[in-house]
Design a protein around this ligand. Sequence first.
Ligand code: ZN
Length: 234
Amino acid sequence: MSYCVNCGVELDASHKSCPLCNTPVINPKQLEQLIAVPPFPSEKGQVELVKRKDAALLLSVVLLSTAVTCGLLNVFVYKASLWSLSIIGACCVLWVFMIPLVIYTKLSAYASLLLDGVVVCAYLFMLTWLTKQNTWFWGIALPITILVTVLAEIMTFLLRRFRFSFLVTATVSFAEIAVLCVGIELVLNRYLHQRFFLSWSGIVLTICSIITIALITILSKKRLRNAVRRRLHF
Ligand SMILES: [Zn+2]
């Protein structure tokens, strides 16, 4: 049984409008049928993910065309120096960097980091041809690249060895920042002043050591660790 929404009088199924107040009778179910296109799509729309193969192809084409264009410009237009070598080399380095991400994902993290380090060294060594001297390569570039590669390998090992968490990542990061800064300053001072000493990196080392020791203490005491996790929500 239906009633008029305006005056409440009882309505017959055949009524198109209220016999008392003339308010039109509308069946909400019929209203749905009247609207051919629903206001909202029935399915959740989702953009299709880019396939890894397609991404690899696109990135490779972009890098290759950049390298080829610069090479041709160097050969035919701006012939003064071998400037395009630095760009072509950078394209090669970027391509090697993206191998584990989009091209060959089965490559182990250690192998890909080692490969990255080797490629960066090779690229920097190639630059020594352009700068016509190589003391900076042996004195600064090579030791720092080796240091960064070794630290990246150690970080990968530690993050895999211990359960991956925010606290572990922070601890390893602070420890590695300290080692990296000390290493860079020692290498630079050896190159510029022919002797080893610390100045600014000593401050970084002190601060990072305090933070790292505090974080290791938190990590080693379960109660303390849980208290920190609860307060910082991770
Ligand atoms: Zn009515």
